[in-house]
Ligand binder design. Sequence first.
Ligand code: SF4
Length: 748
Amino acid sequence: MKRRNFLKGVLYGTGATMAIAGGFGTFNKLGSVKAEAIGEDLETTVFSSCEMCRNQCPIAVKVKDGKVVKIDGHPDDAAFGGVICARGNAGPSLLYDPQRIKKPMIRTGERGEGKFKEVSWDEAYTYISDKLYNVKDQYGGEAIALASRKGPHDWFFRSIGKAMGSPNVFSHEATCPMTRSVALDTTFGNEAIAADYANTKYLISIGRNWFEGIHVAQTRAVSKALSNGAKLVVLDPRFSITASKGEWLPIKATTDLAFVMAMANIMIDENLYDKNFISQYTEGFEKWAEEVKDKTPEWAEKETGISKEKIIRITREFAAAKPQAILDFGWRTAYTPNDYQLRRAILIVNMMIGNLEVPGGYYRTKPANFLKDFPDQAVYAKGLGNITQPSFPKASQGRIDGTGVKGTPGQIIPAYDGAVGKIVESILTEEPYPIRAWLVHRFNPYISLTESPRVLEAFKKLDLLVTCDVYMTDTAYFSDVVLPECTYLERSEPIFDMSGLTPKYVIRQAAVPLVYSDTKPYWQIYKELGEKMGIGDYFEFKDMEDYMSQQLRPTGITLDKMKEMGVWTPPGMNAFYVRASDANASLDNVLSNHSKKIEIFSVDVEEATKQGVPKYISHPQPEEGKFRFVQGKVAVHTNAGTANVPILNELMPTNTLWMNPVSCTKLGLKDEDEIVIASGLYEHKGKIKMTEGIRPDTVFCYHGFGRVSPELRRAFGKGINGNHLIPNEIGEVGNTVTSTTFVTVRKA
Ligand code: SF4
């Protein structure tokens, strides 16, 4: 598809200028989706789900003459309303890209030299199997690490590592929302809490950028709230597109917790909080009140750079909208080493207005099994089935990241996610023991982890690095074995549970046959690898049809019906909020912790971090001549994933460094000047974007550029890889910290 035609259906927003002009429009509305005659040809529609980012939006794929010609949003899913974003529209561009990996490959030259030979799948499996068993024999199964983006592939991919006796399986969460997840877990006893943006009346974002870091359902919900008259306040050192839609508060980076604590201080001082909710559902409020006693608006003004009058006014407005108000808990977190305490404080301030399980606040997601304890809803309690596996061997060592160790922050880190940045440390320092083999599935540590040069150093020490991906990513380029996965448009995979205010199941099914015949779906790759390794018992299903049928069995929905519908929600069920009609309803089913209370003070957190309630830590601010370096998302790319996708690369091939004109003038720089950015150990070249949409003490670039794999022929060598500059600092609960680096900038 040519850029001109692509843009007929999709507008995009990449900068503040466009936003000021009212230019956000990253959605494309669906027309008719039934099979229809177009001239002589028949166009059919296959319901599936998008994977251009991790959000898995339900889609309707138009297929003509065996080719995908267009992708729209699923028309019957009310949360998505038949729309998808620009990246979702770019699916065919990825599918038919000749730069995809087409065959399994084994490295023949030095690591990073780019010399590979094409091999058969059997040769690739044999090579991996032999190497993994060598590592296991020499160092133990724990010397094998696995890391991937979180998703339905986990069950298959992780089975390989767990069957080898490794405890070291990781998701990418520590580079993104993990502090939020842990905060939810330690406050409510589970992570399954979501925000009801569509019905809110007052929304405060702390760096959350719904109009560039797009999640179609959530972005639409925020848009709906705004068109219904909700007020939006955005705390961000940068004027993002989201900031352009509300009141922008250009806060000093890393000081958000001061703003949040001052809100609590004001609400207590002025009696603006919901005392009934606090006494009925929470514990530890007195300790929090004590902690914020001196966090006055005057104090917060000095920390944040936001005037005390504004902090007071916004707090009063927020409290006046209770309970239909949301202080947003964020998406990509990891701003500072104590980011986790910021996320907890945000949740506490929300609970101070009693906005749990009511429209316009926060709610526990409602998968089918959750409903069985509610007599009025039990009829909808038809949960998906699990596919059984034999038990995995017990690992002989603990995890390298200390997850689960009592009395340390690791105590509260979920073992499912782990602290992925620790893999690099363990390879390089051999502490607490060495990692010798690393299996990577659709994850690119070189771009996604901080301190990229150190990541490359770590790659070089490994006995085995395997990457399974669609492209020859930067990490794949340094790997020993590269496995070509097919795209989401060519594969079926397990049914997803995407429950929100009602249960919801979504299917992914192949829309077209394999474009490159020697690529495979991940479930087949790991099943075949498992069989080659003699651990096939962990993959007890015939094929994906069999797997999906086993999942659907308890629900009474047939696989054919699911394929036909694409999305299933219980017919006739309305959005379910536990406290909608009874403000004193029990939250025992919503809270999964032992106390059955919302834990403002947490004994576990006190034990793990010595912060039973969140405490403020002041981070240094940039000295004269230095800048705080921050990164963020753009609407037309997905982090490390899409820089080489033809149409998206054409829309935005590179990034620039945003700098305020005042700072540019001081440094003698002008717009588009070539520059060198330096952060102590490392330097990176780039280009200046001079804009008033950023604080003078801060610089910013979009994430995902500066690629080093020459096989990404469109993206190679273009733009700034921000993670090249940021040290691999691991935060309190395992997050890789992204916003505490200072840089200097000079003309190249
Ligand atoms: S947000 Fe966009 S890219 Fe992500 S799954 Fe949805 S449509 Fe696809």
